[in-house]
Design a protein around this ligand. Structure first.
Ligand code: C5P
Length: 227
């Protein structure tokens, strides 16, 4: 089988629930995203458990703090053996994260502008610019800072890919197969569209985790993208 680009979002409230999903998915999934909810419930102990089972972990903590604090937190995450970690795309935060990662294998992903933000949210922050201009500015700053990649909407993937070049990592959530329930996602693309637009990895949650048979749901996505 060629590289499986699907990262399964473990958006659940306990280690028990997450463990049950990982068991059901078995060998069909090798990469899991642990976000704030599960991290708050089960912490690094559960992250270490996943790593101990040979799974790759994307720790989606979107760090944002003074440089020294970010640097030291990133060092801890890097030591644990996590593969991807998110930080906010503010230049000082990104530089501190790169410093904290040192020579570890951890790959740092920047969030440019939260996709829930619109023009008014930026105006409220005192940023008098268009959302897409801020996304582009932060994407450039991320590359300058030595960040490995970006998390972005699949609908921004093609333009960002042109901006960051072929080697940077592009991870896209907001992915749904045609006909699958969208939940609260408004602007979605299919897995094949996201990959065509230049994504290297796709974060998928509910379409897989809330399926009656998560492993079968994963296999059908892999079929869809020819993996
Ligand atoms: O269940 P679903 O596939 O919508 O889950 C998507 C995952 O990606 C969730 O963990 C969500 O927090 C995350 N995410 C997102 N949209 C963004 C950024 C992150 O859905 N813009």
């Amino acid at each position: 089988m060629t590289h499986n680009p699907i990262i399964v979002a473990l958006d659940v409230e306990s280690a028990e629930e997450a463990r049950a999903l990982v068991t059901k998915l078995g060998d069909s999934a090798g990469f899991y995203k642990v976000g704030m909810e599960l991290y708050a419930a089960a912490g690094m102990e559960f992250v270490r458990e996943l790593l101990g089972q040979g799974k790759d972990v994307f720790l989606d903590l979107k760090l944002y703090d003074i440089g020294e604090t970010v640097k030291r937190a990133v060092t801890q995450v890097a030591r644990a053996g996590v593969r991807f970690l998110t930080v906010h795309g503010s230049a000082a935060v990104m530089r501190a994260a790169v410093e904290g990662r040192g020579s570890a294998n951890l790959q740092l992903l920047a969030v440019t502008v939260l996709t829930s933000f619109d023009q008014q949210d930026l105006a409220d922050l005192g940023y008098p610019c268009a959302v897409e201009d801020l996304v582009a500015l932060r994407a450039r700053k991320a590359m300058e800072a030595g960040i490995d990649g970006l998390v972005a909407s699949p609908l921004e993937a093609a333009s960002l890919r042109r901006l960051i070049g072929p080697d940077a990592i592009l991870v896209t959530p907001g992915v749904r197969s045609a006909g699958a329930a969208k939940g609260d996602q408004k602007r979605v693309a299919t897995p094949a569209e996201a990959l065509r637009a230049g994504a290297n990895y796709l974060v998928m949650g509910r379409q897989i985790t809330r399926a009656g048979d998560p492993a079968a749901a994963m296999r059908s996505v892999l079929d869809e993208i020819g993996r």
